[in-house]
Design a protein around this ligand. Structure first.
Ligand code: UDP
Length: 240
């Protein structure tokens, strides 16, 4: 571990979209392995890491509800999609020799542990990666809010949001060439400017619990470790 890294224990939110790579649906195995390799590097550098995995590569409740399905049922299907992704990430991490546990907010005894805060903390202390599945176990949320909640419950020093862009920009950098990346920005500015980094409830929860949100590109190999070591391109959302 580098001397005095800014964060020691983090929660990494990996969206389902990241796992599908360049495909339009499902899990891209090469991308999954790249993400697992980057996480393994961070664990062997001595950082403690837990994950919240999304499900948008398989099922997103709000989209399907828009086409007629009852919203709550659609959201429960979305939560089940996050469990599928969590098992895929677990398996990829095990291929890298990383000890992992999946804990689901909806108990599924045959395939993973139920979410038990104290047990999850013990896993982290033992150097295991804990993957939180099924979000909050409640509909009308995405996995952003459980990411902020679990980060608070696990006493994480930061919430890392791995996306396909390397930080928070003044405008969409994919469409606006004048877009500029913020090095640092406050929670309030993100909310007031409606920058859509994460759901408002997640940003508020992080703000109220003084958890910095670090936005970086998980598509760039090795970026996670670099950012954790205080280098690497990213945006930090925190109070000044
Ligand atoms: N979901 C939910 N409650 C939660 C977390 C997730 O209802 O606490 C459902 C919701 O339908 C969501 C889907 O699970 O759209 C997949 O999660 P998300 O959209 O966050 O996936 P991501 O965008 O991160 O891939």
């Amino acid at each position: 571990m580098t001397a005095n890294p800014p964060y020691r224990r983090i929660l990494l939110k990996v969206s389902g979209e990241v796992l599908m790579g360049d495909a339009a649906f499902g899990i891209d195995m090469a991308t999954l392995d790249h993400v697992a390799e980057d996480i393994a590097a961070v664990v062997s550098a001595g950082f403690e890491l837990c994950l919240v995995v999304g499900g948008g590569n398989i099922f997103r409740g709000v989209q399907v509800a828009g086409r007629g399905m009852e919203r709550a049922s659609a959201d429960y299907m979305g939560m089940l999609a996050t469990v599928m992704n969590a098992l895929a990430v677990q398996s990829a991490l095990e291929r890298q020799g990383v000890d992992t546990r999946v804990q689901s907010a909806i108990p599924m005894d045959a395939i993973c542990e139920p979410y038990i805060r104290r047990r999850a903390l013990r896993h982290l202390e033992k150097g295991r990666v804990v993957i939180f599945a099924a979000g909050l176990g409640a509909p009308y949320f995405t996995t952003d809010t459980p990411a902020a909640l679990r980060a608070a419950e696990m006493g994480c020093d930061a919430l890392f949001k791995g996306t396909s862009v390397d930080g928070v920009y003044t405008a969409d950098p994919k469409t606006d060439p004048k877009a500029e990346r913020y090095g640092q920005i406050t929670y309030q500015e993100v909310l007031a400017k409606n920058l859509r980094v994460m759901d408002g409830s997640a940003i508020t929860l992080a703000r109220d619990n003084h958890i910095p949100i670090v936005v970086f590109s998980i598509r760039e190999r090795g970026a996670l470790l670099k950012v954790l070591q205080g280098e690497g391109v990213h945006t930090t959302i925190k109070d000044l």
